[in-house]
Design a protein around this ligand. Structure first.
Ligand SMILES: C[S@@+](CC[C@H](N)C(=O)[O-])C[C@H]1O[C@@H](n2cnc3c(N)ncnc32)[C@H](O)[C@@H]1O
Length: 329
């Protein structure tokens, strides 16, 4: 039963009690056996009246709170629809973005802090909730300025071992890749890391990047998408062979077999001469990454939108200097 229904029932039961007292008072006013004196009965009736008023006041407050939360929910839906429109998000339900959490937190804060409102004032946002709201609005404005917009991705499919990078990780790795590219001739291959591809394109639409991915939802990237199954490491179009100066890989599994097969693909893709390889994978692959691909870990720790059980590392075949938190060699 909802709180509202309960309040309604309490109210009607109080009405009944009040009615009974009134009837009893009239019928028994002169009766010696009557248990209440007129004074006691009137006092009791007054109490009931107070309780009824209190009930009404709580019901009004609840209604005002409900109205506010409903308005807030509508605003959030409108904001999400706008973000969808602006950034082409393909699935708004997946949006566990900080802003979404912020709105949830903000709604929760509002609900809890409404208890602190003065009795006869309409509920207003507390300074804490207001700060959260302002942060949310500022974040949206940043997005609409296009300066630091979040990149559109499909929802994670855990059956495909999909764990998307946090925005900060995606931006850091994309920035490193752009630093390694020296002009339009540098081509980048992203093996099983669609977030990186999306951020690269977002940060520099002119970059030449190819996404090799198993998940066909990324066919949305047109000719930049190449279907890739690590079980068939070299079943790839011939024009991709030895064509990439920068290769970044994030294999779906933490097994030796998967890393060995992805390593075959990497050799297939890398251009002769100077080339750069970045591998994002679990810390547990450290020895194998050194053995199979000659890679060493960087200080930078990749993060994901969901918390993972495994510690992740970024390995490289070159010394990034002071970038990426240095090189552990
Ligand atoms: C650990 S995730 C890496 C994603 C990366 N963190 C990102 O945000 O872009 C592994 C990727 O491997 C892809 N994948 C799953 N099965 C695969 C397969 N058989 N062959 C190649 N890639 C596969 C998944 O679709 C997913 O994008």
């Amino acid at each position: 039963m909802s709180l509202k229904e309960e309040l309604q029932q309490r109210f009607s039961s109080l009405c009944d009690i009040q009615e009974e007292i009134t009837t009893s008072l009239k019928a028994n006013a002169e009766d010696y056996d009557f248990k209440f004196t007129s004074f006691q009965a009137a006092k009791f009736q007054g109490e009931v009246l107070n309780m009824k008023q209190e009930n009404n006041r709580v019901a009004d407050e609840l209604q005002r709170g409900l109205d506010l939360v409903t308005t807030l929910q509508l605003d959030v839906e409108k904001a999400l629809a706008k973000l969808n429109e602006q950034f082409g998000l393909s699935n708004s339900k997946r949006k566990k973005t900080p802003s979404f959490y912020l709105v949830l937190a903000q709604t929760a804060t509002l609900a809890s802090e409404m208890e602190d409102q003065p009795d006869d004032d309409a509920p207003v946002l507390s300074s804490h909730a207001l700060a959260a709201l302002n942060e949310f609005i500022a974040e949206q404005q940043t997005h609409s300025d296009g300066r630091d917009s979040e990149v559109a991705l499909v929802s994670e499919d855990w059956r495909l071992s999909q764990f998307w990078y946090s925005a900060e990780t995606a931006r850091t790795v994309a920035q490193e890749v752009l630093t390694l590219c020296d002009g339009a001739l540098s081509r980048v291959a992203c093996i099983a890391c669609p977030t990186l591809y999306a951020y690269l394109k977002n940060m520099d639409p002119t970059v030449s990047a190819q996404l090799l991915e198993y998940d066909k939802r990324f066919e949305q990237y047109g000719s930049d998408f190449t279907f890739y199954d690590y079980n068939h490491p070299e079943e790839l179009p011939s024009e991709l062979k030895h064509s990439y100066k920068v290769v970044v890989a994030d294999p779906p599994y933490l097994s030796e077999e998967c890393l060995e097969k992805v390593a075959e693909t990497i050799s297939f893709l890398l251009q002769p001469g100077e080339s750069f390889l970045l591998l994002l994978t679990g810390e547990v692959q450290k020895e194998r990454a050194a053995e199979i691909l000659g890679l060493h870990p960087c200080g930078f720790r990749p993060q994901h939108t969901s918390k993972l059980g495994n510690e992740f590392r970024l390995f490289s075949n070159y010394d990034p200097g002071t970038r990426l938190g240095g090189w552990d060699k």
